[in-house]
Design a binder for this molecule. Structure first.
Ligand code: 3EB
Length: 348
């Protein structure tokens, strides 16, 4: 028997798809990412639009829509902080303008602290995913680099909320161009979920001191095990083996190493999930540091863009800086579990 057949799911279904038009025909949108935009808003249909201020490369979608079968309500928490909620899910999003005088560590700490408090107050238990877009993420030297200052503030906030290796969310941290807003989004679930680490990579929260004063607060993947069909949220994944960047300045090799990392993570998730046959289809975001790398990056990621079961995931390519200067490409993904074949037949 599959997870889906055996268990009474306590979470509603959660689905993710890319959309070219962003039409308001999405009846069950929980929220919607808007690529290439810089301002948050609630759209005319009430759905919270989350801006991602990165250029879309190629003829890609403009929107990524997260849907639930549950009724959704949304609103404003504070000036620049929006939420969208259903019984099972809570999304909180904020944007802030920063400049060279900003103390990014304490700013990040304050934002995360506020968001984590909101999650607790609203009775959601598990923060499953964060997305962080940081203008000029690699600006500054050594420990004063923006990404490292961001990581410092985030780590202290998670620590003071007693988050640990069993409860850190899946994450993304990508650089946007100067003058855009710092954007932070978190997604929380009503009840707890499963963390998946990658046997090929050191857990990011255990990285050694050389990468900054505090290690990055994210899990390699989170398995939403209570959904009717389990969903795997894969963090931004790059060409890192152990804790080291590999294939420095070699795009194709980095893309292939990234592919191996995601395949290995998917296999680890499959083992932990117990009964699913595979994680397939899904939705990918590919980030490249250099515009000119776009076609070669996509070609080199072909294994990720053709699932073993013949299905093809939706994907979008975005121009963004990876948080380590020696990395050229990063991929994040959402996969859906497929029940074992016998159960498919039995359920049909
Ligand atoms: C890495 O594996 C690459 O700091 O939230 C990927 C995903 C990366 C999330 C984060 C950083 C983050 O370390 C960088």
């Amino acid at each position: 028997m599959s997870i889906a057949a055996k268990k009474t799911p306590s979470c509603s279904e959660l689905t993710v798809h890319l959309d070219k038009t962003g039409g308001s025909n999405e009846t069950n949108a929980l929220f919607r990412f808007c690529f290439g935009r810089d301002l948050s808003e609630q759209s005319a249909d009430g759905t919270v639009n989350i801006p991602i201020p990165l250029q879309v490369l190629g003829n890609g979608a403009k929107f990524e829509v997260w849907e639930t079968s549950e009724p959704v309500h949304s609103g404003r928490i504070a000036n620049n902080m929006f939420f969208a909620a259903s019984t099972s899910w809570l999304m909180i999003h904020t944007t802030v303008l920063i400049d060279d005088t900003s103390d990014l560590s304490s700013l990040t700490h304050d934002i995360y602290n506020n968001m984590l408090n909101e999650v607790v107050q609203r009775n959601y238990e598990d923060i499953v995913r964060t997305w962080n877009y940081i203008p000029e993420i690699n600006k500054g030297d050594g420990d004063s680099e923006r990404y490292r200052q961001f990581s410092l503030g985030r780590s202290i906030a998670f620590e003071s909320h007693n988050c640990n290796s069993e409860t850190l969310p899946a994450g993304t941290a990508i650089g946007s161009v100067a003058g855009t807003q710092l954007g932070i989004t978190i997604l929380a679930a009503k009840s707890s979920n499963i963390r998946v680490e990658n046997p090929r990579q050191m857990s990011a929260f255990q990285y050694p001191r050389q990468y900054g004063p505090r290690s990055p607060s994210f899990a390699r993947a989170v398995l939403l095990s209570q959904c009717e069909l389990p969903v795997l949220l894969v963090s931004g994944t790059a060409s890192i083996l152990g804790h080291e960047s590999v294939h420095t300045s070699k795009l194709i090799n980095q893309a292939e190493e990234t592919t191996r990392n995601i395949v290995s993570l998917r296999d680890a998730a499959l083992k932990q999930s117990g009964t699913a046959e595979s994680f397939s289809a899904g939705c990918l975001r590919i980030y490249v540091r250099d515009k000119a790398d776009f076609p070669i990056a996509v070609d080199s990621l072909k294994e990720l863009l053709h699932n073993r079961d013949g299905s093809k995931p939706d994907y979008i390519v975005l121009l963004g800086d990876i948080c380590r200067t020696d990395l050229l490409v990063e991929v994040e993904a959402v996969y859906q579990a497929r029940p074992p074949l016998a159960d498919n037949i039995a359920l049909a």
